[in-house]
Design a protein around this ligand. Structure first.
Ligand SMILES: [Zn+2]
Ligand SMILES: [Zn+2]
Length: 412
């Protein structure tokens, strides 16, 4: 059995020192790092985390030797960059796990943050947390998922299951969380292993391409429907017309809001897509007076709701300036560095300001329902599909804000 020597669920005692050593050697082969700089954090982490999953990041045992390797996009060491296509072992599902043939994996802003090492990651690890695929094998004890199922999954791959956040379904807030594609091997590969509990079935009307956007949609559904709350007719400003902005805008529309989408000149094409997806009005912040536009729509008060999806300091400041007193402001886009901000405006305008990070279990259920009802369209956001080996082109396109969602297609 390929995994007979892998990390057991019974704690440190299940470790055999030669096994650790073998892993380290194979890790070196994988990363090309002979100085051992990644070795000690890696081994200490393996010990500390007491993994039960045999396909853990550095589980290069067996497969390479037996020839069951697959191409995968790997963050192979800490620091800026250090990403490349590597041969990784084809994984097998263990207890409660499902093996999926990945059809498409979406490149996310988070992947760019992982590239720059701004988002916590544990190299060497296969990247990719937005995906859709087909189940090709199930491990022992799997009941709800069958071979042939069309699926996607929740990327909170490992959580403690005991803390208050886990118990209330806010699994992304769990202190012990390790996410698919940054903490544990993800979807930028031909095959991936997913815990059965994290699998969600794609509705029949949703394609694999559209289904690969389930995860970002779940983040927007959490932010808009569960954390902000919009009532019919409220004027909602969505800033940042990238994939997250366009999904957020659609959820806000589905909730009954009047949606104004704000972007810059570089976003013209994205704004046009927004219109075809049902946005009520688009505003170019470089050539138009956003505050005036919003006042016109609200008897002079300003936006009832601001959903900030750009993750840019200027967009956050603008949102706080154009929102009405007692309005609701939710930050959805990730800022990649701290910035200065006049907090007094929150106080004097009596604002409700909140952040929304990743998704949650209730938001995932609603997401699959919304997709099934056709109330939100995801496939029109797919602007390019690249083979896995051309991942760097995709990353460049995102950096240039070219197109919308870029999918990677696994290769043999
Ligand atoms: Zn994402
Ligand atoms: Zn927890």
């Amino acid at each position: 059995m390929p995994h007979s020597t892998s990390i057991g669920a019974n704690g440190e005692n299940s470790w055999q020192f030669p096994t650790v050593l073998r892993r380290i050697v194979l890790c070196r082969q994988l990363t090309g790092h002979e100085d051992g700089s990644i070795i000690s954090p890696l081994t200490s982490r393996i010990y500390a985390q007491n993994f039960s999953t045999p396909h853990h990041v550095c589980d290069l045992l067996s497969a390479k030797e037996e020839g069951h390797a697959m191409k995968a996009l790997v963050k192979y060491a800490s620091g800026v960059g250090n990403i490349g296509v590597r041969e990784m072992p084809e994984p097998s599902p263990g207890q409660g796990e499902v093996k999926v043939e990945v059809k498409y994996g979406g490149i996310c802003g988070t992947d760019i943050h992982i590239y720059h090492d701004h988002y916590k990651n544990y190299p060497p690890v296969i990247m990719g947390h937005e995906w859709a695929g087909q189940v090709i094998e199930v491990g022992p004890g799997v009941e709800r998922v069958k071979v042939g199922d069309r699926v996607t999954g929740i990327p909170a791959a490992y959580t403690c299951g005991k803390c208050r956040y886990c118990l209330e379904g806010q699994v992304f807030l769990c202190e012990d969380r390790l996410s698919f594609g940054s903490g544990l091997n993800g979807a930028f590969a031909k095959y991936a292993i997913v815990l059965e509990k994290n699998i969600r079935h794609l509705p029949d009307n949703v394609s694999y391409k559209g289904g690969a956007l389930s995860e970002p949609l779940a983040c927007c559904v959490k932010a808009v429907s569960f954390l902000t709350g919009i009532s019919a007719g409220e004027v909602v400003l969505v800033s940042g017309p990238g994939p997250i902005g366009l999904l957020t805008a659609q959820v806000a529309k589905a909730e009954g809001g009047y949606v104004v989408l704000a972007g810059t000149s570089i976003d013209e094409e994205r704004m046009e897509t927004g219109k075809t997806l049902g946005v009520d009005l688009t505003v170019n912040v470089e050539t138009e007076d956003v505050a005036a536009v919003l006042k016109d729509l609200t008897h002079g008060y300003g936006a009832d709701v601001v959903l900030e999806c750009a993750g840019a300091p200027a967009a956050t400041r603008m949102g706080i300036d154009v929102i009405r007193k007692e309005g609701k402001f939710t930050q959805i886009g990730l800022h990649d560095h701290p910035f200065e901000f006049d907090f007094l405006k929150i106080l004097t305008k009596q604002l409700v300001v909140r952040g929304s990070f990743a998704s949650a279990l209730d938001a995932w259920d609603r997401t699959m329902t919304l997709l099934g009802q056709g109330k939100v369209q995801t496939e029109p956001l797919v602007s390019a599909i690249l083979p896995l080996s051309e991942w760097d082109k995709g990353f460049d396109m995102i950096n240039r804000r070219e197109g919308l969602k870029i999918l990677l297609e696994p290769e043999d």
